[in-house]
Design a protein around this ligand. Structure first.
Ligand SMILES: *[C@@H]1O[C@H](CO)[C@@H](O)[C@H](O)[C@H]1NC(C)=O
Ligand SMILES: *[C@@H]1O[C@H](CO)[C@@H](O)[C@H](O)[C@H]1NC(C)=O
Length: 310
């Protein structure tokens, strides 16, 4: 048992010393009577009597119930000592010492945040908040990720979460991190855990790509108008919210002998092909452009050379 606090008080010509220990007991009141008469000790007042009992003849003080510093950090307790000639009372100010008996607790849970994938390294994206009602090191909270994350760090003292490595929505769309808040009591640290959900949102950072490359098709010169040469397909590599795609010619559609459906990418014959026409005999090299439908302004294009031979 460690004494939480010792007071020595002087009652006129008497000396009353009070030591309050944590746990079950106690202290002994000490008084000196100049006449050497027997003394009777007591505790005065309702509240004091709820917590303390005093053995009359010895002055031994018992703690009747545990003290909780977080409820009450100080008590004024009046003790009395009397002999045949009178009663002496004095109030002892008892400071309730702290035992680290509270783990940190988090505020404003659950913790969740959405950040764009292009959030730069070094950006602070969140702050967790925990407090511990204990005093001193037992009430000083230290944060950490458990286990540590390569992508995020947390400031030990302030709970600020920072990006430490470039994020990529196409690789990872969400992180579930465990935050450990621990107090810094050396003997008996207490800790609490909570989750932090970080969701990565997509940013349009990828070009569209053509699928099924290369496109090389042979067609007969007598293919009639409306004949589908082939279908051109492209996809938006931004997987989060892929956008619509439009297909147009850039070059190579000599005399507009082909038609390209903007929506479906279907490439069809639309004029008369003729192998003997020197313009056509070496085939067609058609370049197609893919256009992503704008989401919030700006276009993103990709183009493709597609070779057709007659
Ligand atoms: C933490 O939360 C508590 C309770 O909501 C609030 O009083 C305190 O100011 C917060 N601390 C910080 C650093 O935001
Ligand atoms: C939290 O971190 C502290 C200090 O590193 C550690 O002692 C404690 O075991 C951790 N808490 C949990 C629940 O893992």
């Amino acid at each position: 048992m460690t004494p939480l606090r010792c007071n020595v008080v002087c009652l006129r010509c008497s000396l009353l010393s009070v030591c309050v220990y944590s746990g079950t007991s106690i202290t002994q009141l000490q008084a000196v009577d100049p006449d050497g008469e027997p003394l009777i000790f007591g505790v005065v007042g309702e509240e004091a009597m709820r917590y303390f009992a005093v053995q009359e003849t010895t002055g031994v003080v018992w703690l009747r119930q545990p003290l909780d510093r977080e409820t009450k950090s100080e008590m004024q307790v009046e003790f009395s000592v009397s002999d045949s000639q009178g009663v002496v009372k004095d109030t002892v100010n008892i400071q309730i010492g702290d035992v680290n008996d509270n783990a940190p607790s988090f505020f404003n849970q659950p913790y969740a945040v959405q950040i764009p994938e292009n959030t730069p390294v070094g950006t602070s994206v969140f702050m967790v908040n925990a407090t511990d009602p204990d005093q001193g090191v037992g009430g000083s909270v230290l944060f950490s990720f458990q286990p540590p994350s390569p992508f995020f760090s947390i400031d030990g003292a302030r709970g600020i979460v920072t990006v430490t490595r470039a994020l990529d929505y196409e690789t990872t769309t969400a992180y579930q991190l465990t935050v450990n808040a621990t107090d810094q009591d050396k003997r008996r640290p207490l800790s609490s855990l909570t989750n932090l959900a970080i969701t990565i949102t997509d940013v349009q950072d990828m070009d569209p790509i053509f699928t099924n490359l290369p496109y090389s098709t042979n067609i007969m010169e007598d293919a009639p108008p409306g004949y589908e040469v082939r279908k051109i397909t492209a996809i938006d590599q931004d997987l989060g919210r892929p956008r619509g795609i439009g297909y147009t010619f850039i070059s190579g559609n000599t005399n507009s002998v082909f038609a390209l459906d903007y929506i479906s990418g279907s490439l069809k014959v639309s004029g008369q092909l003729d192998r003997e026409n020197p313009l056509y005999s070496s085939g067609f090299t058609i370049t197609v452009k893919v256009r992503l439908k704008p989401r919030c302004g700006g276009f993103q294009d990709d183009s493709l050379k597609s070779v057709f031979e007659l």
